[in-house]
Design a protein around this ligand. Structure first.
Ligand SMILES: [Zn+2]
Length: 106
């Protein structure tokens, strides 16, 4: 499963990142994205790989309705909790190479 990394997405709120379908978007320049932020978004790619693209989207939305939508935010969303638990993992050589190529292959 492949993903492309896109920086400086004009439509994204500055400082934010997200994984949608087969893209990892950042509202930041490449040099501004920390290892930690990249690793967080990468965990969402691993989730997409695990669930499948469509089911990831559907289940993300369903879990958001259940855990976040009416309480303001994403803190308790299980996919976000998991991503936060992994965001301080050291990047592997492969993960660093994906970032340099702006292409992730899982
Ligand atoms: Zn996240």
């Amino acid at each position: 499963m492949k993903f492309r990394i896109v920086y400086n997405a004009w439509w994204m709120r500055r400082g934010w990142g997200m994984v949608f379908w087969s893209w990892m978007w950042f509202g930041l320049k490449e040099s501004e994205v920390s290892d930690r932020h990249y690793r967080h978004e990468l965990q969402h790619c691993y989730q997409v790989k695990r669930k499948g693209r469509l089911w990831f989207l559907i289940s993300y939305a369903l879990l958001w309705l259940r855990h976040g939508a009416f309480w303001g935010g994403y803190r308790n969303h299980p996919y976000e909790v998991e991503a936060r638990q992994h965001q301080d993992n050291p990047l592997t050589a492969e993960e660093i190479a994906w970032r340099e190529r702006r292409r992730i292959t899982l």
